[in-house]
Ligand binder design. Sequence first.
Ligand code: PLP
Length: 455
Amino acid sequence: MSKLAILGGVPVRTTDFPNRVSMGSEEKSAALRVLDSDVLSGFVGAAGKFFNGGKEVIDFENLWASTYGFKNAISVNSWTTGLQVAVGAVGIEPGDEVICPPYTMSASATAVLFYGGIPIFADLDPSRYTLDPLAVERCITPRTKAIMVVHLFGYPADMDAIMAIAKKHGLKVVEDAAQAPGVFYKGRPVGTIGDVGGFSLNFHKHIHTGEGGLIVTNSDEIALRCRLIRNHGENATEAYGVGDISNTIGSNYRFTELQAAIAIEQFKKLKGFLAHRTQLGQYLSTRLSSIHGLTVQNMESGSTHSYYMYPIRFDEAVIGISRNLFLRAVTAELPKPKYWDTTPLAEGYVKPLYLNPVYQKKIAIGKKGFPFNFNPGVTYEYPKGLCPVTEKLYEKELLVTPLVREGMNTDDIKDFADAIEKVIGNVQELKESNENDSHGKIFDPLKAIEDHVKK
Ligand SMILES: *Cc1c(COP(=O)(O)O)cnc(C)c1O
């Protein structure tokens, strides 16, 4: 075995990883077509022909909906706002409890707070990184109204079990499929297995329009409520004959014609992107699955993965060194991606959400503690240790790589797998070295993005 780069040896690779270039001539001509038309948004904030947007917006929504057999698609200006719209449309009210995973982008849970709902965090299944149905069941109270499911990293949550719980207790299910566009769960596309779901079109997602999102639902009633909230619904409830006007005060969450035209071209590339990532992901799984102490995600039949991130479970007891030292040794073998905001391998994902000040201080809307103090006689606590499986993933067990993506090819992934194998083959040498094996600082992807932007 050649000497590890962290100990002064020659790295596995020094040439940069290729960039992801997502915009092509198709997006450029689509954008120019809209600019030439001079209509950059087709929306009017009152009931009528343009309440649901202009031609490009409608075409984009219809294209995505018809491709996957979704009955309704509603574009929005981000998936963060899309989540808020979805939570409002399913009727979450002040004091309603919504069960959420703690390991996700913060918006999955804060969307609940926007309507005065209270996020209740249930622990994860450590093999899927999504809600553990048994943990969900333990969180149910007479106040529970919905479950927020997140298909984290692009692999679907255990929807059969979650839908069974929802049915048994009469709960709504919102699917945050931001990281899982075009993903299937046992043969069914994610997004409409629950009542309503959707996808993000932000810059970091598989396909993007800078910012943007798409809500999908097979319920016409929920779709109408989403469209109302998207576009000043208070002006339109009478015209659309809406009896229950609760939660229909709208905002301006509209997608522009320019974004929609670009989105149409991006969407046409989605299947190709997913096929490419699947090929790279499968190759990496084959390479890593033979390594004792690293666990790759097990895929059930009929389900697909979008590899927004490629997760690896790390077992310190088996490998013999801390996750942090392992990460530093692998990183030393590879170039730092020049074009993106990350390292080739990262520790954990976000901090478990309930450890953020909003839950620790229970200050969300105003200073008086609303909505956490809304239900008389009920106190909400978010102590450390609330979701032990998640905390262990965050602190010790989870590694993710963002390398499975467009622009990369099998040779690039081969270098990554070679770097991991090289470190595994030299663990003894690493243990005997003077390298500090204390637990290092945990990688914070949000901070990394900030640092990247500052540069
Ligand atoms: C990206 C993301 C969001 C937010 O989407 P935006 O379009 O950036 O607002 C929400 N949930 C998850 C899981 C995400 O990855």
